[in-house]
Structures are given as C-alpha cells and as structure tokens.
Ligand binder design. Structure first.
Ligand code: MRU
Length: 366
C-alpha cells in the first residue's frame, strides 16, 4: 500500500532502558524533542501537559504506562496486581474525555489478571504486559492504514478540506485518523487542499496538523477558528474532517454522538447549514459501548491557557473570568459518516455502528 508518511514516532517503548519515549507535542513546531521516563508520575504529567495527546496515542500511553507500572513492580504477583490496579486506575483517570486512555490501561490490567490466573510467574507476567502494550501500538498503526483506505474514496480532485485540532500521526500514530484518508488519497494522486483551523487555545491545528501535512507536501493553509464559517462558504469547502475522542454507541438515540476537540460542534453546525460533508475518522477503540451523554466528562482546562497566548502575552484583562472546556459534543444528526478501520457507518448510527462492529465490511491488509 502506498501512502505518504511523516516518519514520526509519537511514542514507543525502549527495550534497552525499560522506559517510555515520546515526542513532546507541546514543543512542536519549535523543537522536535524526545523525552523518556520510567516513572508513571512523569507520564501522567506528560499527558496532562499535552506532551502526549490525541485519543489513539493516549490509548498507547495508557497501555505502555500500565506495562511500565508492572515492570517497575517487585518480582511478586501480589505486588504487580496491586500496582497495576491502583496506579493503573490513577493513570486511566489522568485525562477524562478520550475513552482510549482508560481502554489502553484496562487491556493491560485484564491481561495481567489473566496471566496471574493462568499461573504465570512474575517475569512472565511482566512480559505479557509489555507484549500486550506493543500489540496495541501495532494494531493502532495498522488501523490507521486501513482507515485511510476506507476513507480515501470520500476525497476528490478539487476538494477543499477543513480540519480541526490534530488527528494526525502525532495524535494517532501511523497515518493518523482524520489525516489518514487525506494521505491515502494524496498518495493516489488526488489533488485537494486543506484549511487547518488554529484550534485555540493550544493551537494543535496550526502547530501540529499544518506541520505534519506540510512535511508530506500536502497543500495546507492555516486559518483562525473564527474564519471557518466565512471561508467554508467563500472557498467552497467540500468536507470537514475531524477525529474523535469518544463516539457513543450505547443507545439508539445517542449512537454516533461525537466528543472531539472544542470547535468541532461549531464546524459541524456550519457544515450542515452550508451543505458541506462532516466526516469523523476514528479507530473502533474510540467507540464507547457503555456511556451515555450524561456520563461523559468534558475536561475543563486551566484558565491560564485562555488568559495568555501559549503561555506568553496576556490577552484577558486582569480579574476577568474565562471558560476553557477542552472538548465538545456533536450530535449524530450533524455527522455525515464515521470512518473506522473496519468500514464506514452512516445514519442511523444506532443501527449502523452495531452492525459494523458485528460484521466488519472493509478490512484492508497492509
Ligand atoms: O487535547 P488534545 O490535543 O488531546 O485533543 C485531541 C483531539 O481532540 C483530537 O482531535 C482527538 O483526539 C481525535 S484524533 C486524535
């Protein structure tokens, strides 16, 4: 399969040092800095400071973090189990909205419990945890390629595509999620251009998506968030491509509800009004089969992110309050299609998502 690649590895396990190594997303585009640690507390700090971010990579971080907790434990199954449950739960809760983080931790916790139940010794249990985490990353990467193949047919010559936040390699590994169909279509020779929205207050669109697409020579221009409606109409945008931090599927009326970076809902409303397609690309690990809207916590971040431009110039008068929700909720009626690694779901999502999960339509070999 041909597809452009950024050659970026957002996170990995270092076998020589038993550390997790990650590319610090908070410093791009100024510096490509890798950080490594074997301390769960440092990993949590990295997640909360968005050095490590984006739903699928958070899933990998959760899995590697849990494996690291296991690896740091004494050579006793009792100590391993206590740590992976207690410290793993703290890690899983370190960012609340993306379901993938707790998903990654839970997989390792279950693998460890099963290995202990199967009578494995502590060294074997540690190996099981690490192998499971590595497999999660391999599967994640493979899913992005499959997702790219599944979504590329929705991109056509002459398209003008709007993106939000960063759902690229930095956030998802491999080809990214929202960027995967773009990369796959571009590799096939489809000519289009991208308008990447700033995504204030942390500018993941400007700093990260533009950085990735520019590296791949895909035409990209950055726009501020408040230009989106005007430019969607004037530049004749054809589609908005977003990732997702959580996709609900527990009930027929809420299935297809998308939680994603703040700004996604506004773009979806504008797209709906202007007849522009609203596509959401995400791996099936982002589908949450158990939560309802009332259960999902939208992360509220520090006021200082809004008060000052990326930690620099203060733009809000002293004493004035701010709000800083990091994510928003887009109802399913504004979503044209949800593209996953196993196929594409369309409304009514209460039927199409369960059907897709039961009977994957388009598995693509890498
Ligand atoms: O706060 P962030 O940077 O972790 O938010 C990331 C996003 O909202 C992405 O769009 C999302 O995780 C979907 S794809 C990675």
């Amino acid at each position: 399969m041909s597809a452009v690649s950024t050659n970026v590895i957002p996170i990995r396990w270092n076998d020589a040092t038993n550390e997790i190594v990650w590319l610090d997303n908070s410093q791009i585009p100024w510096e490509e800095r890798y950080i490594s640690s074997r301390e769960p507390e440092r990993l949590i700090k990295a997640i909360q400071k968005l050095e490590i971010r984006g739903a699928p990579v958070l899933g990998e971080a959760g899995a590697y973090g849990a494996a690291m907790i296991v690896n740091n434990s004494l050579n006793s199954n009792e100590d391993i189990l206590r740590n992976v449950v207690q410290k793993g739960d703290v890690l899983a809760a370190s960012r609340p909205t993306a379901v993938n983080l707790s998903w990654g931790v839970r997989i390792i916790q279950s693998a460890v419990k099963k290995a202990i139940d199967d009578g494995k010794n502590p060294s074997e249990v540690k190996a099981v945890a690490l192998d499971s985490a590595k497999k999660i990353q391999e599967d994640n990467i493979r899913a992005t390629y499959q997702l790219g193949e599944n979504g590329k047919e929705l991109i056509h010559d002459g398209d003008v595509i709007i993106t939000v936040c960063n759902a690229g390699t930095l956030a998802c590994d491999g080809l990214g999620t929202a960027t995967a169909p773009l990369r796959a279509a571009w590799a096939d020779g489809v000519q289009f251009r991208v308008l990447a929205t700033y995504t204030a207050p942390l500018y993941q669109g400007a700093r990260l998506t533009a950085w990735e697409l520019h590296k791949d020579n895909i035409p990209v221009q950055v726009i501020t968030d408040n230009m989106a409606g005007h430019l969607m109409r004037e530049e004749k945008a054809t589609s908005v491509w977003a990732g997702a931090d959580r996709i609900l599927s527990s009930s027929s009326d809420e299935s297809g509800t998308i939680y994603n970076k703040i700004g996604t809902f506004g773009l979806a409303l504008m797209a709906h009004e202007l007849g522009v397609k609203m596509y959401v690309a995400a791996p099936t690990s982002t589908i949450d089969p158990s939560s309802k809207v009332r259960d999902v916590k939208i992360e509220q971040r520090k006021a200082s992110e809004v008060e000052a431009l990326f930690g620099g110039t203060i733009v809000v008068p002293k004493g004035v309050g701010v709000l800083n929700p990091a994510f928003d909720r887009t109802p399913p009626e504004y979503v044209s299609a949800i593209i996953t690694e196993i196929g594409t779901a369309r409304a009514p999502y209460g039927e199409s998502i369960p059907a897709l999960l039961k009977n994957p339509r388009s598995m693509v070999k890498t």
